[in-house]
Design a protein around this ligand. Sequence first.
Ligand SMILES: [Zn+2]
Length: 425
Amino acid sequence: MNDQALRDRIAKAVDAGFDQQVAFLADLTRIPSLRCQEAPAQDFMAAAMRERGLAVDRWKIEVDDIRHLPGFSPVAVSYEHAFNVVGTHRPRQRKGRSLILNGHIDVVPTGPLDMWAEHPFEPRVRDGWMVGRGAGDMKAGLAANLFALDALSRIGLAPAAEVYLQSVIEEECTGNGALACLARGYRADAAIIPEPMNDQMLSAQLGVMWFQVRVRGRPAHEAVAGSGANAIEACWPLIQALHRLEKQWNAQGHPAFAEHEHPVNFVVSRIQGGDWTSSVPAWCTFDMRIGIFPGMELSEVRAQVESTVAEAARHDPYLAEHPPAIVYHGFQAEAYVLPQGSRAQRALERCHAAVYGEALPQFASTGTTDARFFGLYEDIPSLVYGPQAENIHAFDERVNLESVRRVTQTIALFIADWCGLEDKQ
Ligand SMILES: [Zn+2]
């Protein structure tokens, strides 16, 4: 798209709707779309899509529809209220390339409320930032997708190809929401995911695996604690052994993550155990999240985790006889490296440069995103690109509104460039 006057009109149309976009973002952030509680936020998204004349598909994810697919992650929760929403724009006459604009509606838990300066689900604007759980990760991105389309509509234009606006669940734990979109048949010539990328584009992401180690002990009265086997204390050497594996992987490294000193992180993130303060605990369970380099097979990763735990358990007299069990639910996500030089990437670079006046930087993320589904399993160029945010997954999460405005302009220009334009119906 070389028409400077048109670019200016589109950018100005984003500005004209920006107050409304910020209000929409606040309304969306106010809905606490924690895991298994996403349905009201999804209804809100579906209503916004319907208002704009998109054809809305809202459906409940059935595990049986996706469990056989590559990239599936097993779940331990009910999908009774697990709804995806996709709004489809169809052109009168297709002239350009189709596009998926994807975002996830789920947010991670807030942690202790007293660690937040303000309530996480009462979003406020402070010094040009919107504060609230999910404001950055990634409701600002969902709003940007929607308002980029609005900007075109405001000046009487519409994409001249199919655009699928996706609001998916489960990005923070399995990715099964994005996978369910593929299973339902949604495909396009490119995908954009406006995760909070600090005005950069993702060049690579690590894989992520969740697992749970279940340790048993021998209960005893604390007065004769020596006769028991403490399941909680027995976990510590297992955790240390897993951190040695983490160290080993980081020492091996990977060229796509050369900019990171410590790309692979093993995090003991939850622990439960014991029943009574005066009894030697008979059980303990801890959850771990680990990062995985590109090229590592998930089956091989599981084998390494299991042998590490088994080896450490052999040094414990009780665990040697009663080995811990390892179960997998949640992320079983492979790594993804963006193939460089696609037409979609070049288009995004052009549009970003037109808005920011500088080249689009790239960044390798040590976390995962839903890009892997489109990129790895469907060969759809999958561009993760989004606004500046701070404290995501922490307290006082916030997103920079000036950055959101510019990212929205970039996405609007990208739609025009990639899909082409026609007069609005
Ligand atoms: Zn996210």
